[in-house]
Write a protein that binds this ligand. Structure first.
Ligand SMILES: [Zn+2]
Length: 197
């Protein structure tokens, strides 16, 4: 039997790439085009630091923009290629990517449903663990939203919230009894915390 590995699961938007302000809609959301996808600084450095410590690095991301008709699968794939190229420029890559394209109240019928993969549900993390022989109790989920922390916790991982010290989400975290192990301002700082555990 193969030895189980440890992993760091990463949310994508706000962790690997910038979130985008869509002026015409007045919302902060994921990029809708490859042009809008911009990799954050030091992400490659963070991923390589984690890999050096023996972690697999796996993206776990809700992308309901498909269900909401913000972009097509083709446009999504172009964003994915841009991300891969951007990471490569920083001499890094991820081991696997899992995306949920669904939303319960979408406008595109084929993606509109209540699924088991959409965070805060731990479906994608569990699937990734099965497919990559990962010991979830040795693993981490890092994200910038409460649902990332909830999904990680439900899967049995430790969690780090990417956020500012002046915590916008703290009130809501109290209300929903969500407690990340740590809060870090960016992925590189989060990676440093993990290497010191
Ligand atoms: Zn889903």
């Amino acid at each position: 039997m193969k030895m189980k590995q440890k992993a760091v699961f990463l949310d994508r938007d706000g962790v690997i790439n910038e979130v985008v302000y869509h002026q015409e809609m007045g919302i902060l959301d994921s990029p809708f085009t490859a042009d809008q996808l911009k990799i954050l600084p030091d992400v490659g450095k963070a991923i390589n630091l984690l890999r050096k410590q023996g972690y697999k690095v796996i993206i776990i991301s809700n992308q309901p923009g498909l269900a909401k008709a913000h972009f097509t699968l083709d446009a999504f794939k172009k964003m994915q290629q841009k991300m891969t190229a951007g990471l490569k420029k920083q001499k890094a890559f991820v081991d696997a990517e899992y995306y949920c394209f669904h939303h319960p109240y979408g406008t595109v019928a084929s993606y509109t449903k209540t699924c088991t993969c959409r965070k805060p549900k731990p479906g994608m993390i569990r699937t990734a663990a099965k497919e990559h022989h990962i010991d979830l109790s040795q693993s981490w989920m890092i994200g910038d939203g409460i649902t990332d922390i909830q999904a990680g916790y439900s899967a049995g991982c430790k969690t780090i919230l990417i956020g500012r010290m002046k915590c916008d989400l703290c009130r809501r975290m109290d209300d929903e009894d969500v407690k990340p192990e740590h809060i870090a301002p960016n992925l590189y700082k989060a990676a440093l915390i993990i290497t010191k555990e």
